[in-house]
Write a new protein. Structure first.
Length: 87
């Protein structure tokens, strides 16, 4: 986040606020015959990160969520949520 703050001449809290306010559109409900999920978490500083679950077959993000720490529990929970959606 510090890099973004420097690039846009504002402070880190402003960047965090804008990211939290960003509107994410819900993915279209599609029926996938198969998915290949790539999971990654990118951190901006020590306390703010974004976890993305991406389907490499359809080339779409299936889930995007804000996280404070990386853990296997968060990954399992995200997979469970996708299964509940029928993906």
């Amino acid at each position: 986040m510090q890099e973004l703050a420097q690039r846009f001449s504002c402070n880190r809290k402003t960047i965090a606020r804008y990211l939290k306010q960003a509107q994410l559109r819900e993915p279209e409900q599609r029926h996938y015959s198969s998915v290949n999920i790539i999971m990654d978490t990118t951190y901006f500083g020590r306390k703010f990160g974004v976890m993305v679950l991406y389907n490499s077959i359809s080339r779409q993000a299936l889930s995007v969520s804000e996280v404070k720490s990386k853990s296997n529990t968060l990954y399992r929970q995200a997979i469970r949520e996708l299964q509940e959606k029928g993906i």
